[in-house]
Design a binder for this molecule. Structure first.
Ligand code: GLN
Length: 599
C-alpha cells in the first residue's frame, strides 16, 4: 500500500481502531523526506554537529532542510537547566529557550529556527494531557502507543507543513537504550512505515573506542549498541563512526558485518579542528550520495548551487586555518571548566577571528579568584576580555575588578548581558561615587539599585519562562561606536534573555559621568547597549543582549568583530591591518546586513 493510502486510512481519530495518527491540515504524504539521527554508545558524540553537517551538505545541493531536536527530558524548554550540566541555553528569535544544538543548526544552516524545531517530552506529554482533558481521545484509555507516539508524529508532520522543507532532519536526544527517548524511537519506526520506505533514512552515530592500553580501535561497544537499535525495530541505513582518529577499514568492516549494513555506508567521522570542516569530510566520504540515493532525491540536486556553496565554505575554512595573527581573549566566568556553557561565544569568536585574520586563543579565567590585587597579573597575557551572561552572586566581585581594570587600562572589553549590568554597577561605584550601587539580583535592598528587575517581569511568578526572551529591536544612536560597527544602521535586532535591566532613574547620573547608552529599546525605557567613546577607551562595549547567538560563520556578529580587531591592535598589530580584513566572499556591509537582519 502506498504511503498516501496508509495515512488516509489512519488519519481519523476514532475509537474503533488501534491507530492514532492525527494529520495536520495541509500535510501532503510523500512530499517530505525524513532523515533520523540516533546516538549509540554514549552521549556527547556531537550528534547535533553531525546532523547539522549532514543537513548542510543536502542544503548545499539546493534542497530545503529543517531540523528538529527531540529531547527526552520533561522540562518544557531548556530555560531552567543548569548550563554546567547541559551546556548553554540557546534562545531562538521567537523566545524559545532550547538546547545548544539548535545554535549549531542555525550557524551551520544559516537559518532562523522557531519553537517548532525543538520538542521535549514535557511539551509532548503536556499536549497529550490537555487533549485528554478535552475528551479528544473519545473514551479511549490514553497510552504511550498510539497516543504519545501519535503526538510525536504530529510534531514532525507539523514541521513538515510549516517549513515546507524537502528534508526534515530529526535528531533524537540521548542514546539508544535510554528509557526517556524510547517512545521517540518507536514513533519514527511507526512513521517510517506509514510514510513509505523511500521517505525515511535512518542514520546511527556510534563510537569506536581506542583504549590506550591496547593502542587499537575496538568496535564491540558500537556493535552491542547497534543491536539495541535493531531490537527497537530500526535497521540503520547509514552508520557514522565517531572516533579520535580516522576509523580503520577493519573496524568499519566489523561494524558492517555485525550491523548488517553495507561497508560503503559505514563512515568514519573523526575529530577535526573546526566543526565547519565536518560537512566537507562527510561529503568526501560520500555520505551525501548515500542519503540522496536512499531518499531518491537526485532530481532535486542542483550542482551549480553546490559548487558555489562549497567554494564559499572552503574559503572560510582556509581563512580559519591560515589566520595570521594570534590574539588572546580572556573569558571571565563561573562555568569556565565546561566549555559547552559558552559554546556560542566560542563560535562567535571563531567567526570574528576568521573574518579579521586573527587566530583567537581563549584564556578561561574564573571570576571567583579575581580581586583588585591580582587582576593586573591575571589579565597580563590577554588582549581583550569578555564578561559573559550569568546569574546570581558568585564571582561578581571578581567581574567588577576585571571591568574596572579593563576600563582604566584601555583593555578592550565586551560585556554580555550580566556583563553589561556589572559594567553599570562598576561605573556607578567607581566613577559616579555610588559606593553601594548594585543589582537587586545580588542585594535586594541596596541603596543604589542601578540594576533592577524589569517592571513586566515582577508580575510573573516561578522560575520557568519569566524572563524577557527572544529577538527584540534595538535603536542605535546615530554616530555612536556601536552604530558605526553595524555599518551606520539605526535599528538592529538582537536576542535577549534577562530578568533585570538598568533602572531608568539612574540614567541621567550615569550619562552625566560619561557612560553612553547607545542602544535602547524603541518602545520601552530599556537600555540595550552601552559604550565609552573612542576618545576615552579603544573598545568598551556592553549589551543587554546575547550577540553571540546570532553570529554565523559567514556573517560574524559586528560586536565580536569589533572586539577582536581592538584586541589585535592591543597585541601589536597595526590598526590599518586590523581594520582591513573583510571576508573575501562579500562586502563588509553586506555581511553586517545579514548578521543584523537574520538575528
Ligand atoms: N542575571 C541577569 C538577569 O537576569 C543577567 C542574565 C544573563 O546574563 N543572561 O537579568
Amino acid at each position: 500500500m502506498g504511503s498516501e493510502k496508509i495515512l488516509a486510512s489512519i488519519g481519523e481519530v476514532s475509537d474503533d481502531t488501534e491507530f492514532f495518527t492525527p494529520i495536520p491540515t495541509g500535510y501532503v504524504p510523500g512530499r517530505t523526506k525524513y532523515v533520523v539521527v540516533f546516538g549509540t554508545v554514549m552521549s556527547g558524540l556531537g550528534k547535533g554537529i553531525f546532523s547539522s553537517s549532514l543537513a548542510k551538505i543536502l542544503q548545499d545541493k539546493g534542497l530545503s532542510v529543517s531540523p528538529i531536536k527531540l529531547e527526552g527530558y520533561f522540562n518544557r524548554d531548556s530555560g531552567t537547566l543548569n548550563p554546567y550540566r547541559h551546556g548553554e541555553v540557546f534562545v531562538l528569535d521567537d523566545g524559545m529557550e532550547c538546547d545548544m544544538d539548535l545554535g549549531t543548526y542555525e550557524r551551520m544552516l544559516n537559518l532562523d529556527l522557531t519553537r517548532l524545531n525543538f520538542a521535549t517530552s514535557g511539551q509532548i506529554f503536556s499536549r497529550v494531557l490537555e487533549k485528554e482533558r478535552k475528551g479528544l481521545y473519545l473514551g479511549r484509555d490514553v497510552q504511550m502507543i498510539p497516543h504519545v507516539t501519535g503526538e510525536v508524529k504530529l510534531r514532525l508532520r507539523e514541521l513538515a507543513v510549516v517549513s515546507d522543507a524537502d528534508v526534515i532532519f530529526v535528531e533524537i536526544g540521548g542514546t539508544v537504550g535510554d528509557v526517556e527517548n524510547a517512545y521517540y524511537i518507536e514513533a519514527v519506526r511507526e512513521m517510517s512505515h506509514e510514510e513509505g520506505r523511500d521517505n525515511f533514512c535512518f542514520v546511527a552515530l556510534t563510537y569506536i573506542i581506542e583504549p590506550r592500553i591496547l593502542g587499537e580501535q575496538k568496535s564491540k561497544p558500537a556493535q552491542l549498541n547497534l543491536k539495541l537499535l535493531n531490537a527497537a525495530g530500526i535497521h540503520p541505513h547509514i552508520i557514522a563512526c565517531r572516533a579520535s582518529d580516522p576509523v580503520t577499514k577493519k573496524v568499519r568492516e566489523k561494524i558492517a558485518l555485525f550491523a548488517n549494513v553495507p561497508i560503503e555506508r559505514v563512515f568514519s567521522m573523526h575529530d577535526c579542528d573546526s566543526v565547519y570542516v565536518i560537512p566537507e569530510m562527510l561529503r568526501g566520504a560520500g555520505i551525501d550520495t548515500a542519503v540522496i540515493d536512499r531518499l531518491e532525491l537526485s532530481d532535486l540536486v542542483d550542482q551549480t548551487s553546490e559548487e558555489a556553496a562549497r567554494s564559499t565554505w572552503s574559503d572560510y575554512i582556509s581563512r580559519f586555518r591560515g589566520a595570521a595573527h594570534p590574539v588572546t581573549l580572556g573569558i571571565i566566568g563561573k562555568y569556565t571548566s565546561v566549555r559547552d556553557s559558552y559554546a556560542s561565544i566560542i563560535q562567535a569568536l571563531e567567526h570574528a577571528g576568521t573574518h579579521v585574520d586573527a587566530k583567537v586563543q581563549l584564556e578561561w579565567i574564573d571570576s571567583s579568584d579575581l580581586t583588585d590585587a591580582n587582576v593586573a597579573e591575571r589579565l597580563e597575557n590577554v588582549h581583550g576580555v569578555i564578561v559573559p551572561g550569568g546569574f546570581g552572586i558568585r564571582g561578581v566581585d571578581g567581574k567588577i575588578a576585571c571591568i574596572k581594570y579593563a576600563r582604566e587600562n584601555a583593555l578592550p572589553y565586551l560585556g554580555i548581558c550580566y556583563g553589561m549590568q556589572i559594567a553599570v554597577i562598576e561605573y556607578a561605584r567607581n566613577v559616579c561615587g555610588m559606593s553601594h550601587a548594585n543589582s537587586t539580583e545580588i542585594e535586594p535592598d541596596c541603596p543604589h539599585p542601578v540594576i533592577d528587575i524589569l517592571p513586566e517581569q515582577k508580575k510573573i511568578e516561578g522560575l520557568g519562562g519569566n524572563m524577557r526572551l527572544g529577538g527584540f529591536d534595538v535603536a542605535l544612536t546615530p554616530g555612536s561606536e556601536v552604530s558605526r560597527m553595524f555599518g551606520d544602521r539605526e535599528m538592529i535586532r538582537l536576542r535577549f534573555r534577562h530578568r533585570y535591566e538598568v533602572d531608568p532613574r539612574f540614567i541621567d547620573e550615569l550619562t552625566a559621568a560619561g557612560l553612553v547608552f547607545s542602544g535602547r529599546s524603541p518602545d520601552h525605557p530599556i537600555m540595550q547597549v552601552l559604550e565609552l567613546p573612542r576618545e576615552v577607551h579603544p573598545f568598551f562595549i556592553a549589551t543587554q543582549a546575547h550577540p553571540e547567538l546570532t553570529s554565523r560563520p559567514l556573517t560574524p556578529q559586528p560586536m565580536f568583530v569589533g572586539l577582536v580587531r581592538a584586541a589585535l591592535v592591543r597585541s601589536g598589530v597595526s590598526a590599518d591591518v586590523a581594520e582591513s580584513e573583510p571576508l573575501r566572499d562579500g562586502s563588509e556591509s553586506d555581511s553586517i546586513d545579514k548578521a543584523t537582519t537574520s538575528a
